[in-house]
Design a protein around this ligand. Structure first.
Ligand code: ADP
Length: 178
């Protein structure tokens, strides 16, 4: 599913965040220490190689809602934007912290003159955020920041399975009026 708003394409696809060949910056659902970990962080670090963890060392730790940017090493991208989502039920207020992840990541991309960004569904794996709520927050945050974006022209959500894709398509429809 794809929607163009103020010249910016927002789309949802099923796929692997570590295999987005045509995207300048991929977003990592990172842990505070910016270490390899599981889920998205594991997939990105494994594909990037050990240089990514090494580059991350001086940037860690980060706090919930914060984003930092590095090179992409062996990934097929130019940059990785690492953000720390809230742990559901622990880091509060979780809606604001999750919204900060999307806003801060897109601001970093904008400041770095990046034209395309791919996000996973932040906080919805190990961090336990219910996906429907998380997707609603994500699309609202994106809608709110769209007027600030001059360089970013493509925002892609990369969802791991058909169920996650369906939830995101429904929330995108509700939030953006597809
Ligand atoms: P968090 O710790 O922020 O919850 P996770 O990496 O555990 O992050 O999971 C975030 C979401 O990404 C989950 O919905 C998970 O199913 C999904 N996911 C896991 N691996 C990948 C991948 N390689 N590409 C895209 N999405 C993935």
């Amino acid at each position: 599913m794809k929607k163009v708003l103020s010249g910016i394409t927002i789309e949802c696809i099923k796929g692997d965040i570590a295999a987005q060949q045509d995207i300048a910056a991929v977003v990592n659902a990172a842990n505070a220490q910016l270490r390899i970990g599981g889920g998205v962080a594991g997939a990105l670090h494994r594909a990037a190689g050990p240089g990514l963890e090494e580059e991350c060392r001086s940037l860690a730790p980060i706090s919930p809602g914060e984003s930092v940017i590095t090179g992409a090493h062996n990934l097929p991208n130019r940059y990785v934007i690492h953000c720390l989502g809230p742990v559901f039920g622990v880091d509060k207020p979780e809606e604001k912290l999750l919204s900060d992840c999307y806003r801060n990541s897109l601001r970093l991309a904008e400041d770095s003159k990046i034209d395309s960004v791919a996000f996973p569904s932040i906080s919805t794996g190990a961090f336990g955020y219910p996906m429907k709520g998380a997707a609603g927050v994500a699309f609202q945050a994106i809608k709110d920041i769209l007027p600030e974006l001059k360089n970013v022209s493509l925002i892609r959500f990369v969802l791991f399975d058909a169920g996650a894709l369906k939830i995101h398509e429904q929330c995108m429809e509700e939030a953006l009026g597809v």
